[in-house]
Design a protein around this ligand. Structure first.
Ligand code: GLU
Length: 373
């Protein structure tokens, strides 16, 4: 128990639930399972945690709704099934959360929405706003236009990218296995469960095995997802969604499932990740007051502290922040393109809307997206 103190302290959770758990042996969505899961998530929120749910199950629900008896092979058929099934899936969650008077939001994303920097900022802004409003975002891949998860991942990778996006403390991958085993438990019933391991430990690759214990969306994709999540300092736990009170037990720090630990301070991991993410596209020159605010108080950069703009960057690009002597003091993802930054520099954030005719963010660079040099 003491060993998982770090997990018990996690406050922002991404919980991912796979199709195998949500479907009722080809009879569509398992409403009992969904209600049970939702009750567990409600309890987690009552403990003061924030919850983002990443749920598969749209394809499975669509297949049943369309009267098909087997999973199709053509990707467009799978996409069509996902489009049909998504509304059924979200209706189930809406009904279940509504019983607890908790609003949910349907969010459909692709991997590009998280790696393209402008969309990254938009998705991040919306998800943070939803969390602040007490809404549970229910995320799935936007299967109509992208097919990464439908073909390979069953949302494991998407869940990890979402964890990066919102700086989640922990990612819980719920599956129909108890966790990652040292050998395939189907071949060796005595195979031992890995309880805790460094996520970068090379011996894990052999255990997950190519083709995976579970095949599509199997342990290989889960391990890859855990490594992606670790980039922003998120801890990953893989556990069985069929175990009683699994969410409560994992999040209380009980020794359940497999914990793939990052071994890093989340703050440092995230900043390293940001720094490696993109090339610098331009720079802004700060006044002495802004340099102090950034370097000493660790606050966001506001337009009022900027006195010069160099280069031709877009929203979401990485820009270098320089002091009045031209020395780089920080770099970060900028919320406004170069042209708009020139127009709002030196002005109070409350004036952004009247100058530009719109306001996206009050900061020019949010402190979470800023790395001090
Ligand atoms: N995004 C898909 C879903 O929700 C992935 C799962 C699948 O391909 O079956 O159904």
């Amino acid at each position: 128990m003491a060993e998982r103190e770090e997990i018990a302290q996690a406050r922002r959770w991404v919980v991912k639930v796979g199709s195998a758990l949500l479907t009722d042996d080809g009879r569509g969505l398992d409403e009992v399972m969904i209600s049970g899961l939702v009750e567990q998530l409600v309890l987690l929120r009552q403990r003061g945690c924030e919850v983002v749910l990443v749920s598969s199950g749209a394809v499975a629900a669509g297949i049943v709704r369309l009267g098909w008896t087997a999973r199709p092979h053509l990707v467009h058929d799978l996409q069509a099934a996902a489009a049909v099934g998504q509304s059924i899936l979200v209706r189930s969650y809406e009904n279940a959360f509504n019983r607890h008077d908790i609003p949910i939001a349907q969010v459909l994303l692709g991997h590009d929405d998280i790696t393209a920097r402008d969309r990254y900022l938009n998705a991040r802004g919306t998800l943070h706003t939803l969390l602040r409003l007490g809404v549970v975002p229910v995320i799935n891949e936007n299967d109509t236009v992208v097919t990464d998860e439908i073909r390979f991942g069953d949302n494991d990778t998407l869940a990890a990218l979402v964890a990066n996006l919102i700086d989640a403390d922990a990612l819980l991958l719920l599956t129909d296995q108890q966790g990652l085993f040292q050998e395939d438990p189907r071949n060796n019933p005595g195979a031992e469960l890995v309880r805790v391991c460094d996520v970068h430990d090379a011996s894990l690759d052999g255990m997950a095995g190519e083709g995976g214990v579970l095949g599509r969306g199997g342990m290989v994709t889960k391990l890859r997802a855990a490594r992606l999540a670790a980039r922003s300092g998120t801890e990953t736990i893989i556990a069985s969604g069929r175990r009683d009170d699994v969410v409560a037990r994992v999040t209380a720090g009980e020794d359940v499932g497999t914990w793939l630990r990052t071994g890093k301070q989340p703050q440092n991991a995230r900043k390293q990740w940001l720094a490696s993410m993109v090339q610098i596209q331009g720079s802004v020159e700060l006044d002495a007051g802004a340099v102090r605010v950034l370097c000493e108080s660790g606050r966001s950069l506001l337009p009022v502290g900027v006195r010069g703009v160099h280069g031709n960057f877009s929203r979401g690009d990485m820009v270098s922040c320089r002091d009045p002597q031209g020395v780089e003091v920080a770099r970060g993802l900028v919320n406004y393109g170069a042209e708009d930054t020139r127009r709002i520099m030196g002005s109070a954030s409350s004036e952004i809307e009247s100058i530009l005719g719109y306001e996206l963010d009050v900061e020019l660079i949010h402190r979470d997206n800023l790395v001090l040099i």
